[in-house]
Design a binder for this molecule. Structure first.
Ligand code: G3H
Ligand code: 13P
Ligand code: ZN
Length: 356
């Protein structure tokens, strides 16, 4: 199947009341495992590449990899999305390399460390949206800064995220500001901050409403019911993967992620895109550790990759089932970027309009 845009997929998800996981990819094995799961579940999928993934694999490799996956799995609608674009150049070069969707993350300055002022975020996001919509690509913006409500800090482990201490007014997206931001920028989807953060160390205990503010999502959804909401930092950091990792020589301190049941609740409150990277990393890394420990003489990388891909496929299938994505792929009739561009030009896809 041809690639589809984020806007088309999330409109379908909103009309049919489901959520779509967005899995980060960096290499062929992740792509294959995710697409095997999608095909088995009849699920559409969002693949996303961070700036780090683009420099790891290279734009040409990523473009051909995603085209190959689309050819190999013709029944799966695939969105190819730029995760956390830091400026116009990152977003526009992604579109030039075949991405159908970009995130312009103007919640931070281009260094991806400094919380950005409102005017900067609005201006840069609106500029990217205008350019992207002209060619039919979709845009996700972000308002509010990802980080822990327990510590006031963003996770440092992946080398990005706000530096220093943040207060709750920065860490929780304001519903009225969200409405104004969407109206001013015309984004197709809005990433919100509700206490989640990137990486494995999100919560020091099983999260409750104090540290994972699901009520804030409900308030934002009530204010902008037709805007597709995005939850970043949505790995669940499952206990079984922590245990598998640690059983085979790993040293991961006990930690808690976002419970899948909370994400299911979020989907009922307008969350349509659910970003997951850490869980996928853990699934593969735990199996690498197991093979390395159980078979110290093994040196064929495929013997590490095959179980790692199987573990990832199991995780991905579970998320498709629980988010309601399973069983939806065959219902989607792909629209080309040109068709999407024509709809934007007609004003048929204003974010406050009913889903098209
Ligand atoms: O945004 C965070 C994602 O987990 C991507 O991480 O920049 O290490 O590829 P990365
Ligand atoms: P996790 O670190 O929770 O997987 O979040 C990934 C993410 O938000 C990518 O943008
Ligand atoms: Zn993110």
């Amino acid at each position: 199947m041809a690639l589809v845009t984020l806007r088309q997929l999330l409109d379908h998800a909103a009309e049919n009341g489901y959520g779509v996981p967005a899995f980060n990819i960096n290499n062929m094995e992740q792509g294959l495992a995710i697409l095997r799961a999608a095909e088995a579940c009849d699920a559409p999928v969002i693949l996303q590449a961070s700036r780090g993934a683009r420099s790891y694999a290279g734009d040409i490799m990523l473009r051909h990899m995603v085209q190959a996956l689309a050819e190999m799995y013709p029944d799966v609608p695939i969105v190819m999305h730029q995760d956390h674009g830091n400026n116009e150049a990152t977003c526009l070069s992604a579109i030039r390399h075949g991405f159908t969707s970009v995130m312009m993350d103007g919640s931070l300055l281009a260094d991806m460390k400094t919380p950005a002022p409102w005017d900067y975020n609005v201006a840069i996001t609106a500029k990217v949206t205008e350019a992207a919509h002209a060619v039919g690509a979709s845009v996700e913006g972000e308002l509010g800064v990802l980080g822990s409500l327990e510590t006031g800090e963003a996770a440092a482990e992946d080398g990005s995220g706000a530096e220093g201490k943040l207060d709750h007014s920065q860490l929780l997206t304001d519903p009225n500001e969200a409405a104004e931001f969407v109206a001013l920028t015309q984004v197709d989807a809005l990433a919100i901050a509700c206490g989640t953060s990137h990486g494995a160390y999100k919560f020091s205990r099983q999260p409750d409403g104090e540290i994972l503010a699901m009520s804030r999502i409900a308030e934002i959804h009530a204010r902008i019911p037709n805007t597709h909401l995005v939850m970043h930092g949505s790995s669940s950091v499952p206990q079984y993967l922590q245990d598998l990792f640690n059983k085979h020589g790993g040293h991961m301190t006990q930690t808690w992620g976002v419970p899948v049941a909370e994400i299911e609740r979020g989907i009922k409150m307008g969350v349509r895109k659910v970003n997951i990277d850490t869980d996928c990393r853990m699934a593969m890394a735990a199996q690498f550790r197991r093979i390395a420990q159980e078979k110290p003489d093994e040196f064929d990388p495929r013997k590490f990759m095959v179980p790692a891909m199987a573990e990832l496929e199991t995780l991905v299938r579970d998320r498709f089932e629980r988010f309601g994505t399973a069983g939806q792929a065959h219902k989607i009739k792909p629209l080309s970027m040109d068709q999407m561009a024509a709809r934007y030009a007609k004003g048929a896809l204003a974010p406050t309009a009913k889903a098209a």
